[in-house]
Write a new protein. Structure first.
Length: 519
């Protein structure tokens, strides 16, 4: 019976099932030290919300025979890493042990999945047997970077949904929320020194209808919104409580039409754009490589770094059309003064200047794989999105790499070949099975270079995702499949077995009111 009730995603590295169950009751206490008091409070809140009675937190180990859940840090588990954990369920106790608080939190997520799906409910559920099978689980992640990117520039998403999305990431042991905040179609982050970025840059007059190459006109409906600095602080703290890093993305030197609509003086001469209403990029939407621009970006990034404690700040760096740089006399003068002979070298100069700004702020940059063409030293981190060849190039160049390739992680692609029955999407088919089998390690990459691969990340570009409901439909269950690879690795893959576990797992999403595509 116990075997039938255990369905864990991501699949743990070691799982031993034993006879018997542990039952939660009003007498069950949560025992913890002060170093995991926040994790204990998180656990108690979820249990109380779903079950209906409070769970007392104590710092003295309950007497033998008393019912308790124990959370403990111990260097004995250091070999499991900072996110690994040991979860053991016996007759009267549950123990979750780890070397660090993050590991305890990941163990709590596993504990939730050992309980009935009703644990994910918003209010107390009646007639539920709150039993946990006797198990011993030793588990640790395969990769340190397990992320999901959500584009809130093309379509603004409310803060309430961002928190819900973060909750689902935590449920699947993902640990990076990459927040795409600026692009041609909207600037979504409040910068107090430059208020027009949100007063003007956060709103567009309408949105293109249909596919980006259909030229079907606009929808005559204004769209916009932005996150205040207070909103951002709240979301960053919410994610941190779930041991998730929020990685902000501020696009340079291109994808900046919304910024230039607000402050055109930092772009091409006589270029006064509006916030873009379509999906194709204007080649003139690129920052001028001037001292004034770098001062502007320094001010922006200073406020960004105050809001986000992430050691890395994403600067984009992709798809920069540099024709204007080559044509403009003032830019050619800068190139001559700096001994720069080509537009590609000028982009490298621009990226290095921005990296210097971040270094002065105590941070470093991460960018899309076009930054490989910028002459950066081996310290920079690369998100390889175009193909696996760029993963190889970055890793062999001693760059840390996050694998984000279109071939396995772009969840804005269609989910089946029957596109007429699916929401509008940008590109080809990326099925659940393809995501599940995606291997982030390029073939024939030497072992020493494989160590440069930090992990992998899903992408949810929102051109055709106008609402949270569509985001969820496009994300799940494919993001769940990616989470299993990110945590469990690619060895012993069993798609049929995954699907069995997933069908049971979807009941948890139903209770949590998360939309998904059936399969």
């Amino acid at each position: 019976m116990a075997v039938k009730t255990v369905s864990l995603i991501p699949e743990p590295k070691q799982l031993l099932l034993r006879d018997g169950d542990f039952t939660l009751s009003p007498e069950t206490q949560i025992f913890c030290g002060l170093e995991v008091a926040n994790e204990a409070a998180f656990l108690a809140n979820r249990l109380c919300c779903a079950i209906g009675f409070p769970f007392e937190q104590v710092t003295v180990l309950p007497k033998v025979g008393n019912s308790f859940i124990g959370l403990m840090l111990n260097d004995q588990y250091r070999d499991l890493g900072k996110e690994g954990y040991h979860l053991e369920v016996g007759a009267n106790h549950v123990w979750i042990r780890s070397a660090e608080a993050a590991g305890v939190f990941r163990g709590i997520q596993t504990l939730f999945q050992l309980l009935p799906p009703a644990i994910y409910g918003r209010g107390p559920r009646v007639n539920v047997a709150w039993i946990i099978p006797h198990v011993s689980i030793k588990d640790a992640p395969e990769y340190s970077w397990r992320g999901a990117m959500l584009d809130c520039s093309r379509h603004f998403m409310p803060s309430t949904f961002i928190k819900k999305f973060i909750d689902v990431l935590a449920m699947h042991k993902l640990n990076v929320f990459h927040w795409h905040l600026t692009d041609n179609q909207g600037w979504r982050i409040e910068i107090k020194k430059y208020p027009k970025l949100t007063e003007i840059g956060a709103f567009r007059s309408e949105t293109q209808k249909g596919h980006y190459d259909a030229h079907a006109g606009g929808d005559n409906t204004p769209h916009g919104g932005f996150y205040s600095q207070e909103d951002i602080k709240e979301i960053v703290a919410y994610a941190a409580a779930r041991h998730i890093t929020v990685l902000p993305e501020i696009e340079v030197p291109a994808h900046c039409q919304a910024a230039l609509a607000a402050y055109p003086e930092f772009g091409p001469l006589h270029y006064t754009p509006e916030v873009s209403t379509g999906w194709e990029s204007d080649p003139n939407a690129i920052f001028a490589p001037s001292e004034a621009t770098f001062h502007f970006l320094k001010d922006i990034l200073a406020e960004v770094c105050e809001l986000f404690p992430s050691k890395l700040i994403h600067i984009g760096g992709d798809e920069a059309a540099k024709d204007w740089w080559v044509r403009d006399p003032s830019v050619r003068k800068i190139m001559a003064e700096c001994g720069i002979s080509s537009a590609n070298d000028l982009q490298g100069y621009f990226i290095r200047r921005v990296r210097g700004i971040l270094a002065d702020l105590g941070r470093d940059l991460i960018g899309w794989d076009e930054i490989l063409e910028s002459g950066l030293d081996s310290g920079a981190t690369v998100m390889a999105w175009r193909d696996m060849e760029n993963v190889t190039t970055a890793a062999l160049g001693s760059h840390n790499v996050v694998v984000c390739t279109m071939s396995g992680t772009y969840l804005d692609f269609y989910q089946s070949s029957n596109s007429e029955e699916e929401p509008l999407a940008i590109g080809p088919v990326l099925s659940l099975e393809q995501v599940y089998h995606f291997n982030p390690i390029p073939a024939n990459l030497p072992i020493d270079a494989q160590e440069k691969i930090l992990g992998l990340q899903a992408q949810l570009w929102s051109e055709y995702m106008p609402s949270p409901e569509i985001v969820e439909y496009m994300a799940f269950p494919r993001l769940i499949a990616l989470s299993e690879t990110a945590w469990s690795g690619n060895l012993n893959k069993d798609y049929a077995g995954f699907c069995v576990r997933l069908r049971r797992h979807l009941k948890r999403l139903d209770i949590a009111e998360v939309r998904y595509r059936t399969f």
